[in-house]
Design a protein around this ligand. Sequence first.
Ligand code: NAD
Length: 448
Amino acid sequence: DLPPVAQQPRLTVIGTGYLGATHAVSMAVLGYEVLGVDVDPAKVDALVAGRVPFHEPGLPEKLAEALASGRLRFSSSMQEAAEFGDVHFVCVGTPQQRGSNAADLTYVDGAFRELASHITRRALVVGKSTVPVGTAARLAALVREVAPAGADVEVAWNPEFLREGYAVQDTLHPDRLVFGVESPWAEAQLRAAFRPVLDEGTPLVVADLPTSELVKVAANSFLATKISFINAMAEICEATGADVSLLASALSHDTRIGGRFLKPGLGFGGGCLPKDIRAFSARADELGVGQAVRFLDEVDAINLRRRQRTVDLVAELVDGDLAGKKVAALGAAFKPNSDDIRDAPALDVARMLRDAGAIVTVYDPEAMANAARVRPELRYAPSLTAAVVDADVVVLLTEWQQFRDADPEDLGALVHTRRIVDGRHALDADRYRAAGWEYRALGRPVAP
Ligand code: NAD
């Protein structure tokens, strides 16, 4: 028989943002006793009150279920976490450093240091944050240094692949689990902490610490490269009159290539892909192997060029002069089903249009409050219809279902001029053109 600890380890989740809140709730739903800890008292208060402090479909219901079960609690005390947990999951942020491409590890270092300094028993501290390769080994040494005498603390890594908008589903039923461990004991603890997920037949890769850190950044690099690949093809299409949406469709039928992440458009953003590929490039430079991932700098550059190209398309529709033109910007979140505006291409384009003199009115179904906080200089409308009233150009920047479902005739009745830039290849060009709209999309010819 395994000792009780390995049967049903008590879990803590340190950092209850997008990743941590989802992880804490999901693990409690799976039957574990979970304590979530965050330094931000507002976040802790919200979660205790049953309120998810961000938009994530399905998570509020699961939070209510988990709180009602009595298995999920939240606190701001690291000491309480250290006393409670057999397995600690560290889910704090690793944003891009100001003025550099490298990851800012202040929060991860701080969380590991503080947690370990309070641990007086046997425990496993598992990093889930996305970090530069080599961080876990450094943190393992740090933990050994700061843990009080008598404590027996080991470090492991368990990279997270959840997608915002599908976070609960991805946590309960992931494509795979990766455990980076330094001992059979750590592997056993992690197996115990994910037993219901593993029992479903979820593939598991057990690896060393650096490999497990690399899996995450390699996966994000691949996805970013796939998006920038098709957007590079869009640039070529623009120079030749070819149509990138037909090209992407034809490529996607090749099962070796596949259609996912091959959608041309405004490109990627958010709190992960951009900063992760930059941090990877910076880390490879530190390791003296920057050459190996130099293409990621180009992936980043291709991605950012799509934003200016979208602004140019809007300008082309108003004869090159954006000054004083009314532009309805549909979307602010970095992708649909999220209110996350970190490095959001949509908000960046709205800002660039305004800088070029346009009068920009933004509407997003969920991200308005977040957008208004970081871009107070933009105008915001309370609805899709309010946003497009009297517009000279409509530009679709985030492919919310609501925008896909909009009727071109109904929208046409509200705007000043029927002109639209489809920054996400999300609309039916034929329907818009049939309704008298001048329709433009990145990488597609002016007329069909
Ligand atoms: P986030 O900013 O939403 O959450 C981080 C949380 O950590 C915040 O609530 C913050 O208050 C808290 N925190 C900071 N320092 C702390 C400390 N010392 N003790 C306790 N709490 C502390 O970030 P996120 O989007 O959840 O991302 C977290 C990590 O997960 C990042 O490394 C990210 O790259 C990675 N990741 C995120 C996603 C995603 O979809 N958001 C997916 C996979 C991996």
